[in-house]
Design a protein around this ligand. Structure first.
Ligand code: CA
Length: 573
Protein backbone atom coordinates (compact mmCIF):
# COMPACT_ATOMS: atom_id res chain seq x y z
CA UNK A 1 0.00 0.00 0.00
CA UNK A 2 2.79 2.36 0.94
CA UNK A 3 4.66 1.50 -2.24
CA UNK A 4 1.57 2.14 -4.38
CA UNK A 5 1.04 5.55 -2.82
CA UNK A 6 4.68 6.45 -3.36
CA UNK A 7 4.59 5.52 -7.07
CA UNK A 8 1.40 7.52 -7.51
CA UNK A 9 3.07 10.57 -5.97
CA UNK A 10 6.02 10.13 -8.31
CA UNK A 11 3.72 10.11 -11.35
CA UNK A 12 1.93 13.23 -10.16
CA UNK A 13 5.30 14.88 -9.51
CA UNK A 14 6.51 14.02 -13.00
CA UNK A 15 3.49 15.58 -14.73
CA UNK A 16 3.87 18.74 -12.68
CA UNK A 17 7.54 19.19 -13.53
CA UNK A 18 7.17 18.69 -17.26
CA UNK A 19 4.66 20.88 -19.07
CA UNK A 20 4.71 18.45 -21.96
CA UNK A 21 1.78 17.61 -24.18
CA UNK A 22 1.17 13.86 -23.76
CA UNK A 23 -0.88 11.31 -25.68
CA UNK A 24 -3.25 11.07 -22.71
CA UNK A 25 -3.82 14.82 -22.83
CA UNK A 26 -4.56 14.71 -26.57
CA UNK A 27 -6.95 11.78 -26.15
CA UNK A 28 -8.65 13.57 -23.28
CA UNK A 29 -8.75 16.96 -25.03
CA UNK A 30 -12.55 17.10 -25.02
CA UNK A 31 -12.55 17.29 -21.21
CA UNK A 32 -9.85 19.96 -20.94
CA UNK A 33 -11.48 23.22 -21.94
CA UNK A 34 -8.44 25.30 -20.96
CA UNK A 35 -6.37 24.13 -23.96
CA UNK A 36 -6.86 23.56 -27.68
CA UNK A 37 -4.39 20.77 -28.38
CA UNK A 38 -5.29 19.65 -31.89
CA UNK A 39 -6.85 20.63 -35.18
CA UNK A 40 -10.54 19.76 -34.93
CA UNK A 41 -10.61 20.61 -31.19
CA UNK A 42 -10.09 16.94 -30.37
CA UNK A 43 -8.81 14.26 -32.75
CA UNK A 44 -12.38 13.18 -33.64
CA UNK A 45 -12.81 16.58 -35.29
CA UNK A 46 -16.13 17.49 -33.67
CA UNK A 47 -15.16 21.13 -33.05
CA UNK A 48 -17.43 21.07 -30.01
CA UNK A 49 -16.75 22.69 -26.64
CA UNK A 50 -18.58 21.90 -23.40
CA UNK A 51 -18.11 25.52 -22.28
CA UNK A 52 -21.30 27.47 -21.48
CA UNK A 53 -19.92 30.76 -20.08
CA UNK A 54 -20.68 32.35 -23.44
CA UNK A 55 -24.21 31.36 -24.41
CA UNK A 56 -27.29 32.48 -26.32
CA UNK A 57 -28.28 34.96 -23.59
CA UNK A 58 -24.98 36.88 -23.43
CA UNK A 59 -23.14 36.37 -26.74
CA UNK A 60 -24.28 39.83 -27.86
CA UNK A 61 -21.76 41.21 -25.30
CA UNK A 62 -18.77 39.58 -27.01
CA UNK A 63 -16.00 42.14 -27.62
CA UNK A 64 -12.38 41.93 -28.86
CA UNK A 65 -9.79 41.13 -26.16
CA UNK A 66 -6.86 41.54 -28.56
CA UNK A 67 -5.78 41.21 -32.17
CA UNK A 68 -2.39 40.50 -33.69
CA UNK A 69 -1.21 41.10 -37.26
CA UNK A 70 0.85 38.52 -39.13
CA UNK A 71 2.59 41.51 -40.70
CA UNK A 72 4.90 41.58 -43.69
CA UNK A 73 3.81 41.69 -47.31
CA UNK A 74 2.50 38.18 -47.17
CA UNK A 75 -1.20 38.88 -46.69
CA UNK A 76 -2.73 35.93 -48.48
CA UNK A 77 -5.32 33.28 -47.57
CA UNK A 78 -5.25 32.48 -43.85
CA UNK A 79 -6.94 29.10 -43.28
CA UNK A 80 -5.28 28.32 -39.95
CA UNK A 81 -6.86 26.99 -36.76
CA UNK A 82 -4.91 28.23 -33.71
CA UNK A 83 -3.82 25.97 -30.83
CA UNK A 84 -3.73 27.06 -27.17
CA UNK A 85 -1.53 25.56 -24.45
CA UNK A 86 0.06 26.84 -21.24
CA UNK A 87 -0.51 30.53 -21.85
CA UNK A 88 0.55 30.45 -25.49
CA UNK A 89 -1.35 30.49 -28.76
CA UNK A 90 0.34 28.80 -31.72
CA UNK A 91 -0.96 29.97 -35.07
CA UNK A 92 0.33 29.33 -38.58
CA UNK A 93 0.02 31.84 -41.41
CA UNK A 94 0.42 32.14 -45.18
CA UNK A 95 3.85 31.39 -46.73
CA UNK A 96 4.70 28.76 -44.10
CA UNK A 97 4.96 31.04 -41.08
CA UNK A 98 4.15 30.20 -37.45
CA UNK A 99 3.72 32.54 -34.46
CA UNK A 100 3.64 31.96 -30.70
CA UNK A 101 1.50 34.59 -28.98
CA UNK A 102 0.85 35.43 -25.33
CA UNK A 103 -2.73 34.24 -25.05
CA UNK A 104 -3.61 36.86 -22.41
CA UNK A 105 -2.23 39.97 -24.12
CA UNK A 106 -1.88 39.09 -27.80
CA UNK A 107 1.82 39.98 -27.65
CA UNK A 108 4.11 38.08 -30.00
CA UNK A 109 6.53 35.71 -28.19
CA UNK A 110 8.35 34.38 -31.27
CA UNK A 111 7.84 33.75 -34.95
CA UNK A 112 9.36 31.34 -37.44
CA UNK A 113 9.37 32.11 -41.16
CA UNK A 114 10.23 29.09 -43.25
CA UNK A 115 12.66 29.84 -46.06
CA UNK A 116 10.76 28.79 -49.19
CA UNK A 117 12.46 28.03 -52.52
CA UNK A 118 11.36 29.78 -55.75
CA UNK A 119 9.67 26.81 -57.36
CA UNK A 120 6.97 25.81 -54.87
CA UNK A 121 3.70 24.73 -56.50
CA UNK A 122 0.77 25.12 -54.14
CA UNK A 123 -2.40 24.63 -56.19
CA UNK A 124 -4.69 26.74 -54.09
CA UNK A 125 -2.96 29.69 -52.48
CA UNK A 126 -0.02 29.73 -50.05
CA UNK A 127 -2.14 28.58 -47.11
CA UNK A 128 -1.49 26.58 -43.96
CA UNK A 129 -4.24 25.07 -41.79
CA UNK A 130 -2.50 24.63 -38.45
CA UNK A 131 0.05 22.82 -36.30
CA UNK A 132 0.23 19.87 -33.89
CA UNK A 133 1.54 19.85 -30.31
CA UNK A 134 3.55 17.02 -28.78
CA UNK A 135 5.95 17.03 -25.84
CA UNK A 136 7.52 20.50 -25.85
CA UNK A 137 7.23 20.72 -29.65
CA UNK A 138 4.94 22.50 -32.07
CA UNK A 139 5.04 20.84 -35.49
CA UNK A 140 3.77 22.09 -38.86
CA UNK A 141 4.08 21.40 -42.59
CA UNK A 142 5.46 23.77 -45.22
CA UNK A 143 4.72 24.63 -48.84
CA UNK A 144 8.00 23.01 -49.96
CA UNK A 145 6.80 19.68 -48.49
CA UNK A 146 8.75 19.65 -45.25
CA UNK A 147 7.84 19.14 -41.62
CA UNK A 148 9.33 21.50 -39.05
CA UNK A 149 9.27 20.90 -35.28
CA UNK A 150 10.02 23.88 -33.01
CA UNK A 151 10.49 24.31 -29.30
CA UNK A 152 7.23 25.74 -27.91
CA UNK A 153 9.06 28.16 -25.61
CA UNK A 154 11.84 29.47 -27.86
CA UNK A 155 10.70 28.84 -31.45
CA UNK A 156 14.05 27.15 -32.15
CA UNK A 157 13.98 24.39 -34.77
CA UNK A 158 14.40 20.97 -33.10
CA UNK A 159 14.04 18.82 -36.22
CA UNK A 160 13.18 19.23 -39.89
CA UNK A 161 12.29 16.46 -42.33
CA UNK A 162 11.60 16.47 -46.06
CA UNK A 163 8.32 14.79 -47.04
CA UNK A 164 8.89 14.81 -50.79
CA UNK A 165 10.08 16.75 -53.84
CA UNK A 166 8.30 20.11 -54.19
CA UNK A 167 9.49 20.27 -57.81
CA UNK A 168 7.24 17.26 -58.53
CA UNK A 169 4.26 19.20 -57.13
CA UNK A 170 4.31 17.99 -53.52
CA UNK A 171 3.46 20.49 -50.77
CA UNK A 172 2.05 20.44 -47.25
CA UNK A 173 -0.82 22.61 -45.99
CA UNK A 174 -2.76 20.47 -43.48
CA UNK A 175 -2.30 20.37 -39.73
CA UNK A 176 -0.48 17.18 -38.66
CA UNK A 177 -2.40 14.72 -36.45
CA UNK A 178 -1.07 13.05 -33.28
CA UNK A 179 -2.41 9.52 -32.68
CA UNK A 180 -1.02 6.75 -30.47
CA UNK A 181 2.30 8.53 -30.05
CA UNK A 182 2.76 9.04 -33.79
CA UNK A 183 2.71 12.11 -36.02
CA UNK A 184 0.39 11.42 -38.98
CA UNK A 185 0.54 13.52 -42.14
CA UNK A 186 -0.70 13.39 -45.71
CA UNK A 187 0.53 15.15 -48.85
CA UNK A 188 -0.77 17.89 -51.14
CA UNK A 189 -0.30 17.99 -54.90
CA UNK A 190 -3.32 16.25 -56.45
CA UNK A 191 -3.25 18.49 -59.51
CA UNK A 192 0.31 17.40 -60.38
CA UNK A 193 0.04 13.60 -60.57
CA UNK A 194 1.63 12.95 -57.18
CA UNK A 195 0.89 9.73 -55.26
CA UNK A 196 -1.25 10.31 -52.17
CA UNK A 197 -0.14 8.67 -48.95
CA UNK A 198 -0.33 8.80 -45.19
CA UNK A 199 2.89 8.78 -43.17
CA UNK A 200 3.53 8.13 -39.48
CA UNK A 201 6.63 9.53 -37.79
CA UNK A 202 8.08 9.68 -34.32
CA UNK A 203 6.96 13.18 -33.31
CA UNK A 204 10.03 13.67 -31.11
CA UNK A 205 12.56 13.06 -33.89
CA UNK A 206 10.67 13.14 -37.21
CA UNK A 207 11.93 9.64 -38.02
CA UNK A 208 9.62 7.66 -40.32
CA UNK A 209 7.72 4.74 -38.75
CA UNK A 210 5.34 3.75 -41.55
CA UNK A 211 4.11 4.98 -44.90
CA UNK A 212 0.87 3.94 -46.56
CA UNK A 213 0.17 4.97 -50.18
CA UNK A 214 -3.53 5.38 -50.93
CA UNK A 215 -3.32 4.53 -54.64
CA UNK A 216 -3.55 0.83 -55.46
CA UNK A 217 -0.35 -0.80 -56.63
CA UNK A 218 2.09 1.17 -54.47
CA UNK A 219 4.14 -0.48 -51.71
CA UNK A 220 3.75 0.50 -48.05
CA UNK A 221 6.65 0.51 -45.59
CA UNK A 222 7.00 0.03 -41.85
CA UNK A 223 10.22 0.28 -39.84
CA UNK A 224 12.17 0.39 -43.09
CA UNK A 225 10.68 -2.86 -44.43
CA UNK A 226 8.02 -3.59 -47.04
CA UNK A 227 4.56 -3.67 -45.49
CA UNK A 228 2.37 -4.85 -48.36
CA UNK A 229 1.09 -3.29 -51.56
CA UNK A 230 -2.02 -1.09 -51.29
CA UNK A 231 -4.95 -2.90 -52.96
CA UNK A 232 -4.41 -5.07 -56.04
CA UNK A 233 -2.30 -3.60 -58.83
CA UNK A 234 -4.37 -2.77 -61.94
CA UNK A 235 -7.66 -3.93 -60.40
CA UNK A 236 -9.22 -0.48 -60.82
CA UNK A 237 -6.59 1.48 -62.80
CA UNK A 238 -5.71 0.57 -66.41
CA UNK A 239 -2.10 0.23 -67.57
CA UNK A 240 0.40 2.57 -65.96
CA UNK A 241 -2.17 5.16 -64.81
CA UNK A 242 -1.84 4.21 -61.11
CA UNK A 243 1.75 5.48 -61.11
CA UNK A 244 0.54 9.12 -61.30
CA UNK A 245 -2.83 8.48 -59.66
CA UNK A 246 -3.13 11.54 -57.39
CA UNK A 247 -5.49 10.89 -54.44
CA UNK A 248 -3.62 13.52 -52.41
CA UNK A 249 -4.41 13.36 -48.69
CA UNK A 250 -4.16 17.14 -48.49
CA UNK A 251 -6.59 17.94 -45.67
CA UNK A 252 -4.99 15.59 -43.14
CA UNK A 253 -7.00 13.23 -40.97
CA UNK A 254 -8.95 12.55 -37.81
CA UNK A 255 -8.45 9.78 -35.25
CA UNK A 256 -10.77 7.93 -32.89
CA UNK A 257 -9.15 6.29 -29.86
CA UNK A 258 -12.18 3.94 -29.58
CA UNK A 259 -11.65 2.38 -33.00
CA UNK A 260 -7.84 2.80 -33.13
CA UNK A 261 -8.30 4.04 -36.69
CA UNK A 262 -7.08 7.22 -38.38
CA UNK A 263 -9.44 8.48 -41.08
CA UNK A 264 -7.90 10.26 -44.06
CA UNK A 265 -9.79 11.60 -47.06
CA UNK A 266 -8.20 11.22 -50.48
CA UNK A 267 -8.35 13.68 -53.35
CA UNK A 268 -9.18 13.44 -57.03
CA UNK A 269 -7.58 10.78 -59.21
CA UNK A 270 -5.10 12.12 -61.75
CA UNK A 271 -5.68 13.41 -64.34
CA UNK A 272 -9.11 15.08 -64.13
CA UNK A 273 -9.99 13.56 -67.54
CA UNK A 274 -11.69 10.34 -66.37
CA UNK A 275 -11.66 8.66 -69.79
CA UNK A 276 -7.96 7.84 -69.67
CA UNK A 277 -8.36 5.82 -66.42
CA UNK A 278 -11.55 3.79 -66.82
CA UNK A 279 -12.36 1.98 -63.57
CA UNK A 280 -13.08 2.98 -59.97
CA UNK A 281 -9.49 4.28 -59.41
CA UNK A 282 -9.13 3.14 -55.81
CA UNK A 283 -8.52 4.65 -53.34
CA UNK A 284 -9.02 8.11 -54.81
CA UNK A 285 -12.01 10.27 -53.76
CA UNK A 286 -12.48 8.05 -50.69
CA UNK A 287 -12.18 7.90 -46.94
CA UNK A 288 -9.51 5.38 -45.91
CA UNK A 289 -9.43 4.09 -42.33
CA UNK A 290 -5.87 3.16 -41.39
CA UNK A 291 -4.94 0.99 -38.41
CA UNK A 292 -2.44 3.27 -36.67
CA UNK A 293 -0.53 0.32 -35.18
CA UNK A 294 -0.01 -1.62 -38.43
CA UNK A 295 -0.05 1.13 -41.08
CA UNK A 296 -2.53 -0.91 -43.14
CA UNK A 297 -5.92 0.09 -44.55
CA UNK A 298 -8.67 -1.39 -42.35
CA UNK A 299 -11.50 -0.25 -44.63
CA UNK A 300 -12.27 2.27 -47.33
CA UNK A 301 -15.38 3.97 -48.60
CA UNK A 302 -15.23 5.60 -52.02
CA UNK A 303 -17.59 8.55 -52.44
CA UNK A 304 -16.88 9.24 -56.15
CA UNK A 305 -15.71 6.20 -58.18
CA UNK A 306 -13.98 7.20 -61.46
CA UNK A 307 -14.29 10.86 -60.49
CA UNK A 308 -14.63 13.25 -63.44
CA UNK A 309 -15.36 16.51 -61.58
CA UNK A 310 -12.36 17.01 -59.24
CA UNK A 311 -14.48 15.80 -56.33
CA UNK A 312 -11.60 15.37 -53.89
CA UNK A 313 -12.92 13.14 -51.11
CA UNK A 314 -10.62 14.78 -48.58
CA UNK A 315 -13.35 16.16 -46.35
CA UNK A 316 -12.93 15.48 -42.66
CA UNK A 317 -14.47 12.27 -41.25
CA UNK A 318 -15.99 13.28 -37.91
CA UNK A 319 -16.74 10.40 -35.52
CA UNK A 320 -19.61 10.51 -33.00
CA UNK A 321 -22.05 8.24 -31.17
CA UNK A 322 -25.46 7.49 -32.67
CA UNK A 323 -27.81 4.95 -31.10
CA UNK A 324 -24.94 3.32 -29.23
CA UNK A 325 -22.81 2.91 -32.35
CA UNK A 326 -19.62 4.73 -33.33
CA UNK A 327 -20.43 6.54 -36.56
CA UNK A 328 -18.50 8.84 -38.81
CA UNK A 329 -19.95 11.64 -40.90
CA UNK A 330 -18.54 13.30 -43.98
CA UNK A 331 -19.96 16.18 -46.00
CA UNK A 332 -18.23 15.38 -49.28
CA UNK A 333 -17.08 17.82 -51.91
CA UNK A 334 -19.48 15.94 -54.29
CA UNK A 335 -22.50 17.44 -52.48
CA UNK A 336 -23.65 14.34 -50.56
CA UNK A 337 -23.52 13.85 -46.79
CA UNK A 338 -22.50 10.34 -45.71
CA UNK A 339 -23.05 8.54 -42.40
CA UNK A 340 -20.71 5.55 -42.15
CA UNK A 341 -20.06 2.95 -39.44
CA UNK A 342 -16.66 4.10 -38.13
CA UNK A 343 -15.63 0.56 -37.19
CA UNK A 344 -16.17 -1.13 -40.58
CA UNK A 345 -16.93 1.46 -43.28
CA UNK A 346 -20.51 0.31 -43.96
CA UNK A 347 -22.75 3.06 -45.32
CA UNK A 348 -25.68 3.88 -43.01
CA UNK A 349 -27.20 6.96 -44.64
CA UNK A 350 -26.50 9.39 -47.49
CA UNK A 351 -28.33 12.53 -48.56
CA UNK A 352 -27.62 15.69 -50.56
CA UNK A 353 -26.62 18.74 -48.49
CA UNK A 354 -26.67 21.13 -51.44
CA UNK A 355 -29.65 21.62 -53.72
CA UNK A 356 -28.14 21.59 -57.17
CA UNK A 357 -26.42 18.15 -57.46
CA UNK A 358 -26.51 16.98 -61.08
CA UNK A 359 -23.60 14.54 -61.43
CA UNK A 360 -25.45 11.80 -59.51
CA UNK A 361 -29.17 11.32 -58.91
CA UNK A 362 -28.73 9.70 -55.48
CA UNK A 363 -26.54 7.34 -53.48
CA UNK A 364 -27.71 3.72 -53.52
CA UNK A 365 -27.79 2.78 -49.82
CA UNK A 366 -27.61 -0.95 -50.62
CA UNK A 367 -24.46 -0.83 -52.79
CA UNK A 368 -23.03 2.42 -51.38
CA UNK A 369 -22.43 3.63 -54.95
CA UNK A 370 -23.66 6.83 -56.61
CA UNK A 371 -26.39 6.59 -59.25
CA UNK A 372 -24.55 8.59 -61.93
CA UNK A 373 -26.25 10.79 -64.48
CA UNK A 374 -24.07 9.92 -67.53
CA UNK A 375 -25.25 13.09 -69.34
CA UNK A 376 -23.36 15.21 -66.78
CA UNK A 377 -19.96 13.54 -67.14
CA UNK A 378 -17.68 15.61 -69.42
CA UNK A 379 -17.24 13.75 -72.73
CA UNK A 380 -14.24 11.83 -74.03
CA UNK A 381 -12.20 14.04 -76.41
CA UNK A 382 -11.89 11.04 -78.76
CA UNK A 383 -15.44 9.76 -78.14
CA UNK A 384 -18.87 10.77 -79.49
CA UNK A 385 -19.14 14.57 -79.77
CA UNK A 386 -15.36 14.97 -79.39
CA UNK A 387 -12.96 16.18 -82.07
CA UNK A 388 -9.80 14.62 -80.64
CA UNK A 389 -8.73 17.84 -78.89
CA UNK A 390 -11.86 18.61 -76.88
CA UNK A 391 -14.76 16.48 -75.64
CA UNK A 392 -18.39 17.44 -75.15
CA UNK A 393 -18.81 20.21 -72.57
CA UNK A 394 -21.39 19.69 -69.80
CA UNK A 395 -22.76 21.77 -66.96
CA UNK A 396 -22.29 19.88 -63.68
CA UNK A 397 -23.04 20.73 -60.05
CA UNK A 398 -21.52 21.04 -57.58
CA UNK A 399 -18.66 22.79 -59.36
CA UNK A 400 -15.22 21.38 -58.62
CA UNK A 401 -14.79 23.69 -55.61
CA UNK A 402 -17.42 21.47 -54.05
CA UNK A 403 -20.61 21.51 -52.01
CA UNK A 404 -18.07 21.78 -49.23
CA UNK A 405 -14.32 22.26 -49.49
CA UNK A 406 -11.54 22.56 -46.90
CA UNK A 407 -13.68 24.34 -44.30
CA UNK A 408 -14.46 21.86 -41.51
CA UNK A 409 -17.98 21.31 -40.13
CA UNK A 410 -18.86 20.89 -36.44
CA UNK A 411 -20.95 18.36 -34.51
CA UNK A 412 -22.81 18.99 -31.26
CA UNK A 413 -23.47 15.90 -29.09
CA UNK A 414 -25.97 18.16 -27.29
CA UNK A 415 -28.15 19.09 -30.28
CA UNK A 416 -27.12 15.96 -32.25
CA UNK A 417 -26.76 18.21 -35.30
CA UNK A 418 -23.99 18.74 -37.81
CA UNK A 419 -23.33 22.37 -38.74
CA UNK A 420 -22.11 22.33 -42.33
CA UNK A 421 -20.59 25.25 -44.29
CA UNK A 422 -21.94 24.71 -47.83
CA UNK A 423 -21.71 26.35 -51.25
CA UNK A 424 -24.10 26.21 -54.20
CA UNK A 425 -22.32 26.47 -57.54
CA UNK A 426 -21.87 24.56 -60.77
CA UNK A 427 -19.40 24.54 -63.66
CA UNK A 428 -19.03 24.25 -67.39
CA UNK A 429 -16.43 21.51 -67.84
CA UNK A 430 -14.87 19.68 -70.79
CA UNK A 431 -12.00 17.21 -71.14
CA UNK A 432 -8.85 17.45 -73.24
CA UNK A 433 -6.04 14.96 -73.95
CA UNK A 434 -3.27 15.07 -71.32
CA UNK A 435 0.01 13.33 -70.58
CA UNK A 436 2.06 13.38 -67.37
CA UNK A 437 5.04 15.73 -67.11
CA UNK A 438 6.86 16.14 -63.78
CA UNK A 439 5.78 19.36 -62.11
CA UNK A 440 3.17 20.14 -64.79
CA UNK A 441 -0.56 20.54 -64.14
CA UNK A 442 -2.11 17.10 -64.71
CA UNK A 443 -5.72 17.96 -65.50
CA UNK A 444 -6.88 17.44 -69.09
CA UNK A 445 -9.86 19.67 -68.43
CA UNK A 446 -11.14 23.21 -69.00
CA UNK A 447 -13.74 24.71 -66.69
CA UNK A 448 -15.58 27.78 -65.40
CA UNK A 449 -17.29 27.95 -62.00
CA UNK A 450 -20.72 29.64 -61.99
CA UNK A 451 -23.16 30.59 -59.23
CA UNK A 452 -26.52 28.75 -59.15
CA UNK A 453 -28.60 31.34 -57.27
CA UNK A 454 -28.73 35.14 -57.31
CA UNK A 455 -29.09 35.72 -53.57
CA UNK A 456 -26.40 33.42 -52.16
CA UNK A 457 -23.56 31.01 -52.83
CA UNK A 458 -22.64 30.10 -49.25
CA UNK A 459 -25.02 28.75 -46.63
CA UNK A 460 -24.41 27.44 -43.13
CA UNK A 461 -26.77 24.51 -42.67
CA UNK A 462 -27.80 22.42 -39.65
CA UNK A 463 -28.43 18.76 -40.50
CA UNK A 464 -29.81 15.85 -38.53
CA UNK A 465 -27.57 12.95 -39.70
CA UNK A 466 -30.29 10.35 -39.00
CA UNK A 467 -33.06 11.89 -41.06
CA UNK A 468 -31.05 14.01 -43.48
CA UNK A 469 -33.41 16.89 -42.71
CA UNK A 470 -32.09 20.45 -42.69
CA UNK A 471 -33.15 22.18 -39.45
CA UNK A 472 -32.11 25.68 -40.53
CA UNK A 473 -29.78 27.64 -42.76
CA UNK A 474 -28.11 31.05 -42.82
CA UNK A 475 -27.41 32.12 -46.39
CA UNK A 476 -24.32 34.11 -47.38
CA UNK A 477 -23.63 36.14 -50.49
CA UNK A 478 -20.00 35.01 -50.96
CA UNK A 479 -18.97 31.34 -50.80
CA UNK A 480 -18.28 30.12 -47.25
CA UNK A 481 -14.64 29.07 -46.86
CA UNK A 482 -14.03 29.05 -43.07
CA UNK A 483 -14.91 26.33 -40.59
CA UNK A 484 -17.42 25.99 -37.79
CA UNK A 485 -17.34 25.78 -33.97
CA UNK A 486 -20.27 24.75 -31.76
CA UNK A 487 -20.60 24.87 -27.97
CA UNK A 488 -22.74 23.62 -25.10
CA UNK A 489 -23.79 27.26 -24.76
CA UNK A 490 -26.07 26.42 -27.73
CA UNK A 491 -23.99 28.50 -30.09
CA UNK A 492 -22.56 28.03 -33.56
CA UNK A 493 -19.65 30.27 -34.66
CA UNK A 494 -18.42 30.72 -38.23
CA UNK A 495 -16.76 33.32 -40.42
CA UNK A 496 -17.56 34.80 -43.83
CA UNK A 497 -15.40 36.12 -46.72
CA UNK A 498 -17.14 39.47 -46.15
CA UNK A 499 -15.12 39.61 -42.91
CA UNK A 500 -17.66 38.74 -40.25
CA UNK A 501 -17.29 36.27 -37.42
CA UNK A 502 -20.88 35.31 -36.58
CA UNK A 503 -22.62 33.47 -33.75
CA UNK A 504 -26.05 31.89 -34.12
CA UNK A 505 -28.44 29.98 -31.88
CA UNK A 506 -27.61 26.31 -32.51
CA UNK A 507 -31.29 25.35 -32.33
CA UNK A 508 -32.79 27.98 -34.61
CA UNK A 509 -29.99 29.52 -36.67
CA UNK A 510 -30.93 32.99 -35.49
CA UNK A 511 -27.80 35.18 -35.79
CA UNK A 512 -27.19 36.69 -32.34
CA UNK A 513 -23.83 38.44 -32.83
CA UNK A 514 -21.37 39.41 -35.52
CA UNK A 515 -18.09 41.26 -35.68
CA UNK A 516 -16.19 42.70 -38.66
CA UNK A 517 -12.57 41.42 -38.59
CA UNK A 518 -11.24 43.62 -41.40
CA UNK A 519 -10.62 40.90 -44.01
CA UNK A 520 -12.35 37.70 -45.09
CA UNK A 521 -12.54 34.79 -42.64
CA UNK A 522 -11.60 31.47 -44.27
CA UNK A 523 -10.48 29.67 -41.07
CA UNK A 524 -12.25 27.78 -38.26
CA UNK A 525 -12.87 29.49 -34.87
CA UNK A 526 -11.82 27.95 -31.55
CA UNK A 527 -12.81 28.47 -27.90
CA UNK A 528 -11.20 27.85 -24.51
CA UNK A 529 -11.38 29.20 -20.97
CA UNK A 530 -9.09 30.70 -18.35
CA UNK A 531 -11.00 30.36 -15.09
CA UNK A 532 -14.41 31.97 -15.49
CA UNK A 533 -13.47 33.75 -18.71
CA UNK A 534 -14.29 32.00 -21.97
CA UNK A 535 -12.50 33.15 -25.12
CA UNK A 536 -13.22 32.75 -28.84
CA UNK A 537 -10.45 33.16 -31.45
CA UNK A 538 -10.41 33.19 -35.22
CA UNK A 539 -7.89 33.99 -37.93
CA UNK A 540 -8.83 36.57 -40.58
CA UNK A 541 -7.37 36.92 -44.08
CA UNK A 542 -9.22 36.41 -47.35
CA UNK A 543 -7.80 34.01 -49.94
CA UNK A 544 -7.61 30.30 -50.66
CA UNK A 545 -8.87 28.58 -53.80
CA UNK A 546 -11.86 30.82 -54.67
CA UNK A 547 -10.00 33.92 -55.94
CA UNK A 548 -7.63 31.68 -57.96
CA UNK A 549 -10.01 29.06 -59.38
CA UNK A 550 -13.48 30.52 -58.88
CA UNK A 551 -14.28 31.58 -62.47
CA UNK A 552 -17.41 33.75 -62.53
CA UNK A 553 -17.64 33.54 -58.71
CA UNK A 554 -14.10 34.92 -58.34
CA UNK A 555 -15.16 37.92 -60.43
CA UNK A 556 -18.25 38.37 -58.28
CA UNK A 557 -16.19 38.57 -55.05
CA UNK A 558 -13.08 40.35 -56.36
CA UNK A 559 -13.89 43.38 -54.15
CA UNK A 560 -12.81 41.44 -51.03
CA UNK A 561 -9.52 42.60 -49.48
CA UNK A 562 -6.66 40.42 -48.22
CA UNK A 563 -5.38 40.43 -44.68
CA UNK A 564 -3.60 38.42 -42.02
CA UNK A 565 -4.41 38.62 -38.32
CA UNK A 566 -5.78 36.66 -35.39
CA UNK A 567 -8.63 37.96 -33.23
CA UNK A 568 -9.57 36.94 -29.68
CA UNK A 569 -12.91 37.79 -28.09
CA UNK A 570 -14.36 37.68 -24.58
CA UNK A 571 -17.50 38.95 -22.83
CA UNK A 572 -17.48 42.60 -21.76
CA UNK A 573 -18.03 42.97 -18.03
CA1 CA B 1 -8.27 18.35 -56.56
Amino acid sequence: MKLKLLSLLMVVGATQVSAQVTDAMITNAGNDTTSVLSWGMGTQGQRYSTLTNINTSNVSKLVPAWTMSFGGEKQRGQESQPLVYKGKMFVTASYSRIFAIDVKTGEKIWKYEHRLPEGIMPCCDVVNRGAALYGNLVIFGTLDAQLVALDQDTGKVVWREKIDDYAAGYSQTAAPLIAEGLLLTGVSGGEFGVVGRVEARDPKTGKMVWSRPVVEGHMGYKDGKENGITGTTNATWPGETWKTGGAATWLGGTYDAKTGLAYFGTGNPGPWNSHVRKGDNLYSASTVAIDVKTGKIAWHYQTTPNDAWDFDGVNEFVTYDQDGKRMGAKADRNGFFYVIDATNGKLQNAFPFVKGNTWAKSIDLATGRPVFDPANRPGDPSGPGGDGTKGTEVFAAPGFLGGKNQMPMAYSPKSKMFYVPTNEWGMDIHNEPISYKKGGAFLGAGFTIKPLFDDHIGSLRAYDPKTGKMAWEVKNNAPLWGGVLTTAGDLVFWGTPEGYLKAADAKTGKVLWQFQTGSGVVAPPITWNDGADQYVSVVSGWGGAVPLWGGDVAKKVNFLEQGGSVWTFKLSH
